[in-house]
Design a protein around this ligand. Structure first.
Ligand code: FAD
Ligand code: NAG
Ligand code: NAG
Ligand code: NAG
Length: 423
């Protein structure tokens, strides 16, 4: 095996671009194929927490990140009359546990572009392309691309998100997909601003429904609809087209109260809510994230779900650990002059990726019982308790709801370039 590896990454989202960043800095020959015809910059607001903040800084990207930061002041909980029942401010120190609103909020497209811009001069990006199939032996993996051409690589990485095709091909294509539903559906889209400030607002309606708004620019509001249960109608709609999806959500929220009427009206106007996206919320849980020379990173491997607040952090952390373990194990290959020896080192790098990251992922994926009061009475108790917690300044969101409060030390890799300080 040559000192540098020829690596193919399938998926140019957050985790794929972050991995391409590190691997190209190490001098490897890296190609990213992205199915979308251009960089896929849609998506709403994301945040970084704990080790995700640390790793973004180690990538030397804090300045770029800060320049695109969303200035959300905190999260409030309102009742059906719009009255504020609780408020949790952002923790502006940027240190320790973040609240619901972190000091590191950003739109998904901006983060994706920052990672791409920092990478594109050293990585070959091919848009409108995907991996059709692959075959591997001990020494390489041969990939068949969607345009009919073929390529041979030392390593294939699936960074193709929650519904990863690479994962399905890596496991048996006919076998069960390790995606576990959290019995929750979500829809998100942009609507014109009326009176919203730079604050996240959460409203719990009856019958397991929730509405959530956030604002990131002068004219637009992000709207989120939640349904916390199983629904055949939503399940069928997720597999159907956008018009049908909007229709089902609109029916479901017709009598939800608060701003429901305005939000579903804007949602149904396709020229306004043209970024509408809906999916079932769930987690990907696997015993091992690699098979031979194929390995998964980010949501494809261990999607924790938006319910944890740790999806983007997990993507950045996973990319860092995978690159770090490859650097660490393959650096020693200087002295190895036969292919079998080098292949063994790559195998041990992937094994170390699995074992180093496992304690992080299993803590992130641990969910408390998501208690959702279904009745009006339950909701008024919920609003009372959350108001009490806010007035006592109990950071229940960072500590008990989101999965940020985990015990895991970010590994240090002397072999990775030192690009930014962690202070
Ligand atoms: C369009 C979009 C919008 C999103 N919006 C939000 C949001 O509002 N809030 C939130 O919390 N999370 C959102 N997410 C998910 C969030 O980005 C991830 O949870 C997290 O950042 C981890 O990123 P990832 O790179 O593992 O996955 P993703 O960000 O999902 O990236 C996967 C990438 O792989 C590409 N891809 C998929 N299949 C193939 C294929 N077969 N071949 C080649 N490329 C492929 C996708 O186009 C995408 O660019 C969104 C993801 C996408 C793709
Ligand atoms: C913010 O986080 C720091 C560091 O953990 C903590 O000391 C401080 O009390 C927090 N501030 C608020 C307002 O919660
Ligand atoms: C497929 O795409 C690659 C990358 O753009 C290109 O080099 C190759 O010639 C294409 N193959 C075919 C058969 O079109
Ligand atoms: C990589 O390996 C070389 C030779 O074995 C060694 O001298 C060097 O210190 C290693 N690099 C790092 C960063 O550990």
């Amino acid at each position: 095996m040559p000192a540098t590896l020829k690596i193919l990454i399938c998926g140019g989202g957050i985790a794929g671009n972050a991995l391409a960043f590190w691997l190209s800095k190490l001098g490897n020959d890296v190609t990213v194929v992205e199915r979308w015809p251009s960089l896929r910059v849609s998506g709403q607001q994301l945040d970084l927490r704990g080790p995700g903040i640390e790793i973004m800084k180690r990538m030397g990207l804090e300045k770029a990140f800060r320049s695109k930061q969303v200035g959300e002041t905190g999260i409030e909980f309102v009742d059906s009359s719009g009255r504020q029942r609780a408020f949790f401010p952002v923790n502006k120190t940027g240190k320790g546990l973040q609240s619901f609103t972190t000091d590191f909020e950003i739109m998904r497209g901006d983060l994706c572009r920052i990672l791409y811009d920092a990478t594109k001069d050293h990585v070959k990006y091919i848009f409108g392309m995907s991996v059709e199939s692959f075959e591997q032996d001990d020494n390489s993996v041969e990939v068949q691309f969607s345009n009919g051409s073929k390529g041979r690589f030392d390593l294939l990485v699936g960074a193709d998100g929650q519904g990863s095709r690479t994962r399905k091909m890596m496991l048996s294509p006919d076998g069960p997909d390790p995606f576990y539903s959290l019995h929750m559906y979500i829809a998100y889209f942009s609507i014109p601003r009326v009176d919203e400030e730079y604050i996240a607002t959460s409203y719990l309606a009856t019958n397991k429904r929730g509405i959530f708004t956030r604002r990131h620019d002068p004219h637009t509001v992000q709207a989120y609809l939640f349904y916390l249960g199983d629904s055949d109608k939503l399940e069928n709609a997720v597999r159907s087209d956008v018009r049908e999806q909007k229709k089902v959500w609109a029916e479901l929220f017709q009598d939800a109260g608060w701003k429901a009427q305005r939000i579903i009206k804007a949602m149904q106007d396709d020229s306004v809510a043209n970024d509408f996206f809906t999916h079932q919320v769930g987690q990907v849980r696997m015993d091992s994230w690699s098979r031979g020379r194929v390995v998964l990173v980010g949501d494809a491997a261990y999607c924790p779900s938006p319910a944890t607040g740790m999806g983007t952090t997990s993507g950045l952390v996973g990319a860092y650990v995978l690159a770090g373990e490859i650097a660490k194990h393959l650096n020693r290959s200087n002295g190895v002059d036969n292919a079998d020896g080098a292949a063994g080192l790559l195998a041990s790098a992937l094994e170390a990726y699995n074992s180093q990251l496992r304690p992080f992922v299993s803590q992130v994926q641990q969910l408390g019982p998501l208690w959702v009061p279904a009745s009006c009475w339950g909701i008024s108790i919920f609003n009372f308790l959350i108001g009490l917690a806010a007035s006592l300044r109990l950071d229940i969101l960072g500590r008990y709801v989101l999965r940020e409060n985990i015990q895991w030390d970010t590994p240090e890799y002397a072999e990775l370039p030192q690009l930014g300080s962690s202070e």
